[in-house]
Design a protein around this ligand. Structure first.
Ligand code: KG4
Ligand code: ZN
Length: 335
């Protein structure tokens, strides 16, 4: 079964053709990151406009590289939520048009479910149930994936997402958008124990996260040094922040695995590209005897291949939509 998938929730316009939820026949990603970099972050109006310009060509290219036409496709899957509303609407309306004109079923996909499904493309043996750490620019969740389309949130961030913490700290250190990637690189030469950063706990909620205090601690270090006319060793500060964020994420993931008895651990989302997080989570899972699945770096960021993988499982579960489908800026992964 072949799914044509469309993704436009943030600053990548993407289309892909996926076979049986597991095989990538094509995956095209047109990124807008250079343009948003001028402004230090994603400008929603620009994102929508660029999606509208790119989506038709990107989709044609995905069909052509997969060597198929729309007639060979079994369903059209699209990221419908969560994300930037104007950006999502471009993909949703385009997918609706394709589905209507070709008479194919329309399958809405939750963006974070898509991130999790990127692992199905990379790991043919992976099947639910498993515990998943979802770490993206806007979300930090610990999720019990009971089956392909049933999700239960065990923990979530109370304030900033891990990616947001990296991006805001990196921006304050003068690094280009998206800061998480730049910060990861700068951290390689630094001492992860140079700065003692807070390790916030959320009272009464052992699997919930809080990253805003950590972000503030980094901003305070920069501010205090500036006031005193001192230089901050940026490599050391990046390494310390990266180490602390990874330590917090790994500690709670392992605690949730122990409590729930799950031994298959999965990571997903843009921040799962972070090298320290990958190292620490691998080491912790090896120590506990857990099996860890992570997406390859090529599938960590936003793409449509992951939407096609999840779209396949949503489709066979009967989760299709009619042409009244609307996009939504927020939506729980559970619903
Ligand atoms: O999943 P994603 O591509 O978009 C959302 O759905 O939000 O995640 C983007 C986030 C950004 O915050 C970006 O800085 C972060 O992922 N990111 C990283 C790395 N690569 C991307 N954060 C830390 N280390 C990285 N290597
Ligand atoms: Zn994403």
């Amino acid at each position: 079964m072949k799914i044509l998938a469309i993704e436009s929730s943030c600053d990548e316009t993407a289309a892909a053709v996926i076979e049986d939820g597991r095989t990538v026949l094509s995956s095209i990603v047109a990124t807008q990151v250079e343009e948003h970099r001028l402004y230090g972050g994603v400008v929603p109006e620009i994102a929508s406009r660029r999606h509208a310009e790119a989506i038709s060509g990107v989709t044609k290219e995905a069909l052509s590289q997969a060597n198929v036409t729309l007639q060979d496709i079994d369903a059209v899957a699209v990221t419908a939520y969560p994300g930037l509303i104007g950006a999502l609407l471009v993909g949703v309306n385009f997918a609706k048009g394709l589905a209507f004109s070709s008479g194919k079923p329309l399958v809405p996909v939750h963006h974070l479910r898509g991130h999790i499904a990127s692992n199905y493309l990379a790991h043919p043996d992976l099947k639910p149930p498993f515990l998943c750490l979802v770490v993206s620019g806007g979300h930090t969740h610990l999720v019990h994936c009971e089956d392909y389309t049933t999700f239960r949130i065990l923990g979530r961030t109370r304030d900033d997402a891990a990616g947001e913490c990296f991006d805001k700290a990196a921006r304050a250190m003068g690094m280009p958008y998206p800061g998480g990637i730049a910060l990861d690189k700068r951290a390689e030469g630094g001492d992860p124990h140079a700065f003692a950063l807070p390790h916030p706990k959320v009272e009464g909620s052992p699997f919930d996260f809080s990253f805003s205090g950590l972000k503030t601690a980094v901003l305070n270090q920069l501010h205090n040094a500036k006031q005193k006319g001192l230089d901050v060793n940026i490599e050391d500060l990046c390494a310390s922040l990266r180490f602390t964020v990874a330590d917090i994420l790994v500690e709670k993931t392992i605690a949730a695995a122990k409590e729930s008895g799950m031994t298959q651990i999965v990571m997903a989302g843009g921040v799962s590209a972070n090298s320290e997080l990958r190292r620490q989570l691998q080491a912790a899972c090896d120590k506990e005897g857990y099996r860890l699945y992570m997406p390859p770096l090529s599938l960590c960021g936003d793409n449509a291949a992951m939407i096609g993988a999840q779209g396949y499982y949503e489709f066979i579960a009967g989760h299709t939509a009619d042409l009244s489908l609307n996009a939504a800026a927020t939506a729980s992964i559970e619903d």
